[in-house]
Write a protein that binds this ligand. Structure first.
Ligand code: PRP
Length: 189
């Protein structure tokens, strides 16, 4: 059976709430790393919006790097479980604290893979900043040092998160839901 057509559903976290929390996290991270060599490693693509805001809320010198990790295949709302590295980190991480910046921790498979991979590059430390966490979906527990919000098990879009490549530009976090016609085709019992 093909997946139903999807559309933007209710707003789960609005723009102002995200902005307040990101500012709080930036303040905490600033105190943690002040005067220390820091690389913020943003996991593409989903974290690019969160990273852009979080970086500007951190008031201590840092370098920014990007790594491409992909575990969801187009048009799917569940992880494939296979993590693919697209652009890799070029910056030498040895002698630096690494702060991984993720939009969402769902099963934890992506970060479990990345954390093990980073350990081979001899960083001073690796910590995790994640905007969203779905604890009910955990397969690999990830220690999230700086968490924006815990969310229920709903497929979310916006603020960098996509469905099939779309909706990353929404300023808030919304729930993805089947459109009304499709709801009629797939009625809930
Ligand atoms: C999303 C998200 C995380 C990962 C989390 O990436 O950005 O990297 O899934 O899922 P997990 O905890 O179950 O591993 P996605 O594969 O959708 O790619 P994208 O960031 O390019 O949208």
């Amino acid at each position: 059976m093909t997946e139903p057509t999807m559309r933007i559903g209710k707003i789960l976290i609005d723009e102002a709430t995200i902005s307040r929390r990101v500012a709080e996290l930036g303040g905490i991270i600033t105190e943690q790393y002040r005067g220390q060599p820091l690389v913020v490693l943003a996991v593409l693509k989903g974290s690019f919006v969160f990273a852009a805001d979080l970086l500007r809320a951190i008031d201590t010198p840092l370098a920014v790097e990007f790594v491409g990790l992909r575990s969801y295949l187009g048009g799917s709302t569940s992880t494939s479980g296979v993590v693919e590295i697209t652009p890799d980190v070029k910056y030498p991480l040895g002698g630096h604290h690494v702060l991984v910046d993720e939009d969402i921790v769902d099963t934890g498979l992506t970060l479990d893979y990345l954390i093990k991979n980073l350990a081979t590059r001899n960083p001073l430390s690796v910590r995790i900043a994640a905007l969203l966490h779905k604890p009910s979906r955990t397969l690999k527990p990830i220690p999230i040092d700086y968490l924006g919000f815990e969310i229920p098990d709903e497929f979310v879009i916006g603020y960098g998160l996509d469905y099939d490549g779309r909706y990353r530009n929404l300023p808030h976090i919304a729930v993805l839901q089947p459109d009304d016609e499709q709801l009629a085709l797939f009625p809930t019992p």
